[in-house]
Design a protein around this ligand. Structure first.
Ligand SMILES: Nc1ncnc2c1ncn2[C@@H]1O[C@H](COP(=O)(O)OP(=O)(O)OP(=O)(O)O)[C@@H](O)[C@H]1O
Length: 251
């Protein structure tokens, strides 16, 4: 049985009088791919904001690698081994693909912009950048401006940047949003490759991707997890069918 690398215990978040996350208990196991699904407005993004440090919990605990990280700064959480990509692409369109990844590598090594001119000489940064580009199959696009690449290539670039800190836990927020069927297939296989040996938590609306990629799935409805299980267990769970997936998911 794998160890838990990320635990949420009695996690709650309110905005004013409205409680959006309503007592979530959750375990992300080391090396598992775990999807969070649920209807619009269920609180999936809020959950990601809490875990990655963009929001502070109202109460409850977030344990990453045995440390209570609830309310920590995003950067500190990142240094402890958790990296997140966003729904909105986070790249610099006027820099090349190589420069974008190099920036992420530099950040992960804590290098400042002032050191930029010395970076060309820093073989370690260059090699790491090349390794990441290869990992996301973008070596041939190294000198292309990021803003000139296709949408799915930009998402691959963003995944490379997410991997730059060599995280133990990766959070991906709707990585397939806005993609064609082929782009979705391609990106799903890329995510499968690059998350080998890491723990992945993914929010995604494309159920084909969710059910084929995940080891386990948790269903969040109105701020509460109503079920966690293997894709098969979730597909056959009566409560989930009623609250979210509907009868067609079993067809
Ligand atoms: N900063 C905020 N202040 C007030 N309400 C907020 C804030 N952030 C989110 N909410 C509310 O919390 C609820 C959950 O939003 P959230 O974006 O987490 O849902 P979601 O499950 O990610 O939805 P979607 O699938 O549509 O992305 C929504 O009703 C939203 O309006």
């Amino acid at each position: 049985m794998s160890e838990s690398i990320l635990s949420l215990r009695g996690l709650r978040k309110s905005f004013g009088d409205i409680e959006i996350i309503r007592g979530v208990d959750f375990e992300l196991l080391d090396h598992e791919r775990h999807a969070i699904i649920g209807p619009n407005g269920a609180g999936k993004s809020t959950l990601f904001h809490l875990i990655s440090g963009s929001l502070t919990p109202t109460s409850g605990e977030i344990i990453l690698d045995q440390q209570q990280i609830g309310g920590w700064e995003p950067e500190k959480i990142n240094h402890l081994g958790l990296s997140r990509s966003f729904q909105i692409t986070n790249i610099f369109p006027k820099l090349t693909t190589f420069e974008n990844v190099r920036l992420a590598v530099m950040r992960s090594h804590g290098l400042q912009y002032a050191f930029w001119k010395f970076i060309e000489r820093d073989v370690r940064v260059r090699e790491e950048t090349e390794r990441l580009l290869e990992m996301v199959r973008l070596e041939s696009r190294s000198s292309t401006l990021a803003g000139e690449m296709s949408y799915s290539e930009q998402r691959s670039l963003e995944i490379a940047m997410t991997l730059a800190s060599d995280p133990k836990v990766i959070l991906l927020d709707e990585p397939m949003a806005g993609m064609s069927h082929d782009e979705t297939d391609y990106t799903a296989s890329l995510i499968r490759d690059v998350t080998q040996g890491r723990a992945l938590m993914i929010v995604e609306h494309d159920m084909d991707v969710v059910f084929s990629l995940s080891d386990r799935i948790s269903v969040l409805v109105y701020g509460e997890i109503i079920a966690t299980g293997t894709p098969e267990e979730i597909r056959n769970n009566a409560k989930v069918k009623e609250a979210y997936l509907g009868e067609e998911a079993t067809a």
